[in-house]
Design a protein around this ligand. Sequence first.
Ligand code: 4AD
Ligand code: MG
Length: 514
Amino acid sequence: MSILDLTKQTTPIEHLQQFVGQSVCLRGWVANKREGKGIAFIILRDGTGYCQCVVSTDNVSEEILQAAQSTSLESSVEIAGLVLADEKQIGGVEIQVSNLIVVGNSENYPIAKKEHGVEFLMDQRHLWLRSTRQWAIMRVRNTIIFAIHEYFQKEGFVQMDAPLFTNNACEGTSTLFETDFYGEPAYLSQSGQLYGEAMAMAMGKIYTFGPTFRAEKSKTRRHLSEFWMIEPEMAFYDIFKNMDCIEAFLQSVIQKVLTNCKHELETIGRDTSVLESSLKSFPRMTYDQAVRIIKGEENVNGVNSITSLEEELKQTEEKLDVINAEIQDREAKIATPGLKKGEINFHQTKIIQLKQDKADIEEELRNIPQWIASAKNFEYGNDFGGSDETVLTRLFDSPVMVYDWPHEVKAFYLKRNPEDARFARGVDVLAPEGYGEIVGGGERETDVNLLTQKIHEHQLPMEAFEWYLDLRRFGSVPHAGFGLGLERLVTWICKLKHVRESIPFPRMYGRLTP
Ligand code: 4AD
Ligand code: MG
């Protein structure tokens, strides 16, 4: 063994295939270890991938073998060795170890292979991020972030940073985090949009990419208190050009993920067919049509929202019966005298999986009747709730765009439809498979008087918006934009059950640590 020399060149595991037959140096953490007589197998992870490293007394001293055998889960090590091609191994290679240095020990690593509850794992988030699935999700997130910048930069948008301390409530007063700004009340920003509009009048096309804060005092699968939002704003755009922009933008991001994250999506177990079908144009419909579909008054490709849910409820009940029977059957087998240990283990592992499937099915059985009830009872004129979005988007295999909303349920800054003043020119993009809203946007009101009236109606303090009205007083132009919730997009693309796994350290009602 020798001292760690950080100037020594290392090879990322993801590039090992190009080094077959050569000696390399790797640094990382022990993700798994098996031992035999005179041999140890270490699965090393370095952040770029995983590979098997074989430590054998054929190639190393007793002392090094002992060091390898004494490592435990998540110890950090430096390994030198020869890269051998081996199709059976992860990454198609194996390392024949010639030297190993333990960098940092890891005793009693709290995350074991056995199933942990999500709350426990969230408490261990600082360590949980090392596990394979979380690693894959964070890499998809990274690809999405890069793809977003790439798209807008290529299209000539200028990135701008909006302030995070503000004195205006852009998205309504009910979700504000209030703070103290040198003795004056200030809010953490709910949206950079208003500032984006000002910048669009200077640059033509801009986008913001920053943290956003919403006090949401309820626990849902979709809400964070701190999330990242991308808000493009374009001068001389109306709602229809806005929708074209949203579609082209989202498709370019989805395409990048499909091309660059094949391995990650596979690791997460994401069936990519819906991502692929999202590369064709997104259906666009007015609020009126969307309501008819939700209520079952209009079918989508011959499928009715209500009857298809009722059918699914029946099938799900049948699935539960099948799973219950299988669990019982395997439990009976385990109880049979004389069964070999290996067979018992096999059945036990299967039972753990089955019970997990059962919990999912039971959740569906609780949800579906609620969705049916809320779809049947939906009142025209209301905003969509989570259930309504789920009912609608389960009928599609790509995102859908819903535009022209009753103006009362949308933000003060949206332009009225010139042909029908009941509606505001907002657009929501709802992700398929039940995910719901990922983008909210629209065309902006340009008429100073209408805007002033709206600010009054929403009981917002006029002083805070005087500068915003100036944008309409000095060379006002039609303009539009939208806001994409980064975590909502990551959650849908990775098909996660809850938005909390889409961000490194989630902040939400009831969670401020780690
Ligand atoms: O629909 P919202 O509230 O729209 C705006 O803030 C506009 N100012 C955007 C614009 O036109 N420039 O929020 C936009 C998106 C939502 O569609 C959703 O994806 C995400 O932000 N979002 C949240 N994501 C996670 N947790 C929350 N609490 C969220 N609230 C909104
Ligand atoms: Mg919205």
